[in-house]
Design a protein around this ligand. Sequence first.
Ligand code: GCO
Ligand code: MG
Length: 404
Amino acid sequence: MPAIESAEVLVTGAGRNFVTLRLRTSDGVVGLGDATLNGRELAVASYLRDHVAPLLVGRDPARIEDTWQYLYRGAYWRRGPVTMTAISAVDVALWDIKARVAGLPLYQLLGGSSRLGCRAYAHASGRDLPELFDSIRRHLELGYRAIRVQAAVPGVEATYGVAPGGAPYEPATRGTAPVESRWDTGAYLRFAPAMLHAVREEFGPALPLLHDAHHRLSPSEAASLARSLEPVGLLWLEDVTPVEDQTALRLVRSSSTTPLAIGETLNSIWDCQVILAERLVDYIRVSVTHAGGITHLRRIMALAELYGVRAGMHGATDISPVGLAATLHLALAIPNFGIQEHMPHAPATEDAFAHAYTFENGDLHPGDAPGLGVELDEVAAARHPYAAAYLPVNRLADGTVHDW
Ligand code: GCO
Ligand code: MG
């Protein structure tokens, strides 16, 4: 019986910071897992190096479910982003190994493809409406058929989701402390509906549009925004309220028919149990990287399917190419796929992670290479060392810390 021979944790700053777990078996098969937790990368690296790698060596790589349960129940301390990102990385690396041993792309082990490709949405943004319209046009020219729309709120410096002058958007900034931004909910609520109505007017009724409120509203503010956006016909309105308060969505849901999405920061099935069972959203955004890997995400998606909720999985740049590949294999296979977020990675990231997944005509496809279809080029990765980077901290005008 082959055994796991080594478990290495590789930290790189190729394009941005990424943590990758590399498992190697006694018969020479290598599997990769994404362990990147934006702004808290080294905590997961230590969890894996200090507490998980020693337990993996000697184990049977084929026993994926048993290893998942061993790490989850066996730690006593359950859930939470650090633990679940670490377990995800192990789980994905083991699925990669299993599929490579079988000589099949991972999606074949998950039931085979249910669709031709996974429809992706792009991020368009602008510091004003003309810049936003240009950004939408550029993404349509690239082939995207669904667009997330964010624009600078007049009077609010550094609005969430707005790229600096056409450059790709990346919320984490390098440095020893987070950048602090200021937030004004009133200004946002006065501006956002007009901005989204203007986009709908300019681009016509058929283009699927999405918008992210990034956890900043109270239930009544969120309900009134969702209601005012009904004529825009969004594909989804994302993260209207802080996500840990699952029942906050009840008021929003009962007040409006605007489709809702939530879940990129959730990390277990228990965190979305109420949201799913009460059908409080239309799309659930948990990621393979942060919510327990393929093994656990499959369960969440099966529960979601029961309640008519579709997958709209997180795909920001802090999901590494390894994490994105894992997401795409699952997305291709499950019956209740909805749409996949896509923020292309920086050239240095592409150099460090060669991948079989492709983007064509607005769709992502995981490709047909065995396993995940991702190879890590250690030399290219080592050219860019890790440097501390943080997500912003958000404050109100009077200095109170607010949700970012
Ligand atoms: C999204 C997200 C991201 C997050 C980022 C944090 O919808 O893609 O909101 O932009 O802010 O992934 O790490
Ligand atoms: Mg989001």
